[in-house]
Structure formats: structure tokens, C-alpha cells
Design a protein around this ligand. Structure first.
Ligand code: SF4
Length: 253
């Protein structure tokens, strides 16, 4: 198992690595820094790359885990082939004991994937869409939104065919009117989990206390689990108002 220091996951699984910058939250990308540091492990650099030798790892992890999928890239990057994505989904399908957490800044590609693969049959399976959706209910689609400019990603992520969705506001670079996405509306679902975190590493940008409290209040109001990762910058504290916030959705425990 690949243990992780990421507070909200038990393990990472990287059958696909690599990405390219898409918005301001990518400025200090951790994955890109790691790839540059370990060129022997990542000979293709940061270009999207399939690692066949890692594909079946979760099949060997018997104990149920919360697994962050593709922490070293974006599964829904435009240069990740549909064939690779299908291989990843096939393994997830065979591991219902785990919870798989996908996190993307490209929800429009995730939406197109679910529309085609979930709707018209997954890997040649003729099952109806609802059955497929239930079969993948242990796969959560997360979307990263770092500033108001990217709020449109929320609407798109909530229209994907995944049963459960969550949102990661990390690195949090502005305040968010996130409350509007914490309850169902016509033609869309809602986020069942919210993660907030400040930026870390060299040149980290500050996250303001008021921004975090606004999101926490919205989560309290709508009874949505809230996970506070850390303040970031030089401040490694995980405390917010004197306590840690490590809440998980019931369906994920
Ligand atoms: S989307 Fe994520 S992995 Fe890709 S460049 Fe941005 S921060 Fe890095």
C-alpha cells in the first residue's frame, strides 16, 4: 500500500501521473515539484503517463481504504486516453471494499466520461445507467475550486453521473458562496463533503480566517461534513476555532 501524509486519505494510487497547469491554484503544484525531484521515477516528466505496473495495486489491499486516485496528476486531463481511464475504472469496479476519491479541476471531462461510459455501457457492459451508477457508488468525484473565478466547476461537477460528489477548496485563494451547492437543486445534485486547506510550500499565498469560517458556517447550516486540512503558509496548525475538523460523510466511513 502507498501510505500518504494527506490527512483525508489512507492511501494514494497513481496508475496515471502527470498534468499541466490550468488555473491559479496550480501555480505551486506539489505533483510537478515531486516529478522534477524524482526524474528516475518519472522519466516522462509531468506529461500524462500510464503506469501499468501500478494498475492492480488496490486489488491486493484487502483492508478497506480511502484511496486518493491520481494524487500526482489529474485523471481527467485531456491527454489521458479514455482507454487508460477505463482501465482505472475497471479496477475500481473490482474493489468495492475501498472508497476511491477522484479529484479534478476538469469536471467537464468527467461529465463527458460519465455521459458516454455510464450511459451507453461501461466496458461493453449493457447494464442500465442506474445500475452502473450504483456499482460505482464507492467512487466519489471531487472537484477542486480555488477561487471565485473557478466556481463554474461546481455546477458541472454536480451534473456528472457519480452518485457522490465532494469539493476541495484548496488552496483557498478567495471567499466562496459555497452554500448554494450544499443542497439539491433542479437538474443537479449537491456536495456531500467539503475540504478546506491553505496553500503550502515555497511562495504559499495566505488564506483568510473569514473565508474559512464562512464555509464552515454554510456546512453547519446544511449538515455537510467539513474537513479542515491546515492553514498553510508557515502555519502548519490544523486547528480552527480551537479544534480539528476531521469530519467524513457516513457513506465513506
Ligand atoms: S490540476 Fe492539480 S496536478 Fe494538475 S497542474 Fe494543477 S495542481 Fe498540479
Amino acid at each position: 500500500m502507498t501510505n500518504t501524509k494527506i490527512e483525508w486519505a489512507d492511501a494514494t494510487w497513481n496508475p496515471i501521473t502527470g498534468c499541466s497547469k490550468i488555473s491559479e491554484g496550480c501555480e505551486h503544484c506539489y505533483a510537478e515539484r515531486m516529478v522534477k525531484r524524482f526524474p528516475k521515477i518519472y522519466p516522462n516528466g509531468f506529461a500524462p503517463t500510464f503506469h501499468a505496473n501500478r494498475l492492480e495495486d488496490p486489488l491486493h489491499w484487502k483492508k478497506p481504504r480511502r484511496i486518493f486516485v491520481c494524487s500526482m496528476g489529474d485523471l481527467f486531463h485531456k491527454d489521458v486516453s479514455i482507454e487508460w481511464v477505463c482501465k482505472v475504472f475497471d479496477v475500481m469496479k473490482r474493489c468495492p471494499q475501498h472508497t476511491f476519491l477522484l479529484l479534478t479541476k476538469r469536471p467537464e471531462i468527467a461529465k463527458a466520461f460519465t455521459e458516454t461510459m455510464f450511459h451507453f455501457g461501461f466496458l461493453g457492459s449493457p447494464e442500465p445507467p442506474d445500475i452502473i451508477k450504483t456499482r460505482f457508488s464507492h467512487v466519489w468525484l471531487g472537484v477542486t475550486i480555488e477561487s471565485l473565478e473557478n466556481l463554474g466547476r461546481a455546477e458541472i461537477a454536480l451534473q456528472t453521473g457519480f452518485k457522490h460528489k465532494f469539493v476541495s477548496l484548496e488552496p483557498m485563494l478567495s471567499s466562496f458562496p459555497i452554500g448554494q451547492y450544499l443542497f439539491p437543486a433542479e437538474h443537479r445534485d449537491y456536495f456531500k463533503w467539503v475540504i478546506v486547506g491553505g496553500e503550502t510550500g515555497p511562495g504559499a499565498r495566505l488564506m483568510k480566517y473569514d473565508w474559512v469560517m464562512y464555509v464552515l458556517d454554510a456546512c453547519r447550516r446544511h449538515k455537510i461534513p467539513f474537513f479542515f486540512k491546515k492553514w498553510g503558509g508557515g502555519n502548519k496548525s490544523r486547528l480552527l476555532d480551537g479544534r480539528e475538523w476531521n469530519e467524513f460523510p457516513e457513506a465513506m466511513k
